[in-house]
Design a protein around this ligand. Structure first.
Ligand code: NPW
Ligand code: ADP
Ligand code: K
Length: 519
């Protein structure tokens, strides 16, 4: 899915109105309907809703949601915040429609002192007397993608009220006060924003949601299809993609009846050192679960029995050293290589690693200490070149060793693009929305994964997965995208079986399933 800026989303909206055709109020109805469907799936009628509406179209969405929820028998109160004189036509129309639903009280707020009189203000009383009222959820439909400046006055006070309410907050389209385009975001200026538990956004994620500094205000993100006209998309230019099932499924190559292991490549992983054999084991298991035909693992000698025992499906290639790898073997006959997880940064490792990379003519994934050593090589040896067909998988700290520190996540994104282009490498910056930068400047943001994966060893699993995909003949871009997407998906499956804090990297491996899914 292409990622668009707000101007493009507005044009898409207008295109849909003209070409479907659909009236603008009907499109708003559709948006409100999609949110309501989500809400009734997630909340029983024991919950009540307090819907905060601004005077623009985001507020209009809130009014539709309130009307529809009431139709399903939920208790709903609406707060209309009179923060300006103007109101949008579709807002006015929906306020009129709500007049025909007498069971939904509408509270007009013109000044901050009225906030204290709103329903559900005393959460503690409700907790002590469970029968006295339903659990209340706040719907934030104050402002959406239309914000033009930082919030002040009544809007800022209301945002503050919402954030301190102790209630679950669900933002419609955009958390109020957050600029939707990352170019507009500036943490020093935008200080009054809703911090949502969930954001229900229309059609596409907004770019600011994907960067940690700004995206942290969104909570869990849910992208709702409101049926904007797909004919609009081919004519659009965007060098940012959001990777979802529709993008990924066509990339997957099927297996055929007469296939044999020789068709799926021979991967080589060079990983682990004394005290870090776990990295080699995790990468090796993940590699095998991701479809490599054969796997050899190059390890220092003390690791030999450990690997043979822990991963019987893999062959083990003992190095000419006891504690850490020195790359006494060459890149040889292998189809693809994964290098770096847990190898350490000893001088002898660096020496062997440099020779190894210079001789390498196969696709390679470089991770962890492999990246730290590479950062040193790029600094001390100006002529040193990253091998062709490389996929680099740094986390933020590793990336800053390669490309320098950045002041914020958007600046880091520019460094990422620049680095991928300069070195003609695919660089996958890991995080909540991992981002793959391709040498041609296109950036691909991941949609899968969750905080259960924030634990040592998750990255080693990703290395093993991408190595396997390269070994099977996927080009570096597709191997990195499939690895990134299915790694997150495996993490999501693992997190459905256990609390997030209890998920470990081995659980992610158990859930790896690289296939076209029906769900
Ligand atoms: N295609 C789609 O995806 C669809 C989108 N839809 C919905 O439309 C929403 C966008 O609606 P929108 O353009 O009316 O803008 P919205 O966010 O309601 O606010 C604008 C109002 O707020 C004002 N204002 C702004 N900043 C301010 C500030 N700091 N302080 C004070 N005032 C400020 C601004 O005033 P102005 O800047 O013009 O003076 C104007 O009056 C979108 O998020 C989604 O929910 C769906 O209904 C259908 C399909
Ligand atoms: N909050 C999160 N949401 C989604 N994915 C996450 C989150 N935290 C970590 N991950 C994923 O887990 C992996 C962690 O990798 P890394 O930091 O290299 O860990 P390690 O080196 O300890 O194995 C990355 O692929 C990252 O995208
Ligand atoms: K909002």
């Amino acid at each position: 899915m292409k990622l668009l800026n707000i101007q493009q989303i507005r044009e898409w909206d207008a295109f849909t109105v003209r070409h479907e055709p659909v009236s603008s109020p009907d499109l708003m109805e559709r948006a409100g309907r999609a949110c309501t469907d989500y809400l009734i799936r997630h909340f029983s009628r024991e919950y009540a809703f307090l819907v905060f509406c601004g005077l623009g179209n985001n507020g209009g969405d809130g009014l539709v949601i309130a009307r529809l929820l009431a139709g399903y028998g939920y208790r709903v109160d609406v707060v209309v915040l009179k923060h300006a004189n103007r109101r949008s036509d579709d807002f006015s129309l929906n306020l009129k429609r709500l007049e025909n639903v007498p069971e939904v009280p509408v509270h007009e707020v013109v000044s901050g002192d009225q906030l204290a009189a709103l329903p559900g203000r005393d959460k503690n009383a409700e907790m002590q007397e469970p029968d006295s009222g339903s659990r209340m959820v706040i719907i934030d439909a104050l402002l959406g993608s239309g914000i033009s400046k930082p919030l002040e006055g009544l809007l800022a006070e209301t945002v503050n009220y919402i954030n301190n309410s102790g209630r679950q907050v669900i933002s419609i389209d955009v958390p109020t006060g957050l600029p939707a385009d990352i170019e507009q975001w500036n943490a020093a200026i935008y200080k009054n924003l809703v911090t949502a538990h969930t954001t229900l956004t229309f059609q596409v994620p907004k770019t600011s949601f994907l960067f940690p500094d700004a995206g942290r205000f969104c909570g869990t993100l849910s992208v709702l299809d409101i049926g904007l006209h797909t004919d609009f998309l081919p004519g659009l230019s965007s060098d940012m993609e959001y990777i979802d099932k529709a993008f990924i499924d066509p990339l997957i190559k099927p297996r055929h009846k007469f296939d044999h292991k020789g068709n799926f490549g021979h991967a080589l992983l060079v990983a682990g050192s004394r005290g870090k054999n776990g990295a080699a084991i995790l990468a090796a298991r993940a590699c095998l679960r991701s479809g490599a035909g054969l796997l050899s693992v190059g390890v220092p000698q003390h690791s030999y029995p450990i690997l043979q025992t822990a991963v019987p499906e893999a062959m083990v290639l003992p190095d000419n050293s006891d504690d850490y790898p020195v790359f006494s073997f060459g890149p040889g006959k292998y189809t693809a290589v994964g290098v770096g997880a847990g190898i350490g940064t000893e001088a002898k490792t660096l020496e062997g690693y440099k020779r190894f990379l210079q001789a390498l003519r196969k696709p390679v994934v470089i991770d962890a200490d492999g990246l730290n050593l590479l950062a040193g090589l790029l600094k001390t040896e100006p002529g040193f070149r990253i091998p062709e067909n490389s996929v680099l998988t740094p986390h933020v700290k590793e990336f800053s060793r390669l490309a320098g520190e950045a002041g914020n996540s958007y600046e880091r994104f520019h460094h990422l693009r620049e680095f991928a282009a300069t070195h003609q490498a695919h660089v996958l910056l890991k995080g909540a929305h991992s981002c793959l930068a391709a040498p041609d400047g296109t950036c691909y943001f991941n949609s899968t994964g969750n905080p259960a994966m924030a634990k040592g060893g998750s990255g080693d699993v990703l290395t093993g997965m991408i190595t396997a995909l390269l070994a099977q003949g996927y080009n570096p871009r597709d191997a990195a995208l499939l690895g990134m997407y299915f790694h997150g998906k495996a993490g999501d499956s693992a997190a459905r079986k256990r609390p997030a804090s209890a998920v470990i990297a081995s659980d992610i491996i158990e859930e790896i399933s690289i296939e076209v899914s029906t769900a």
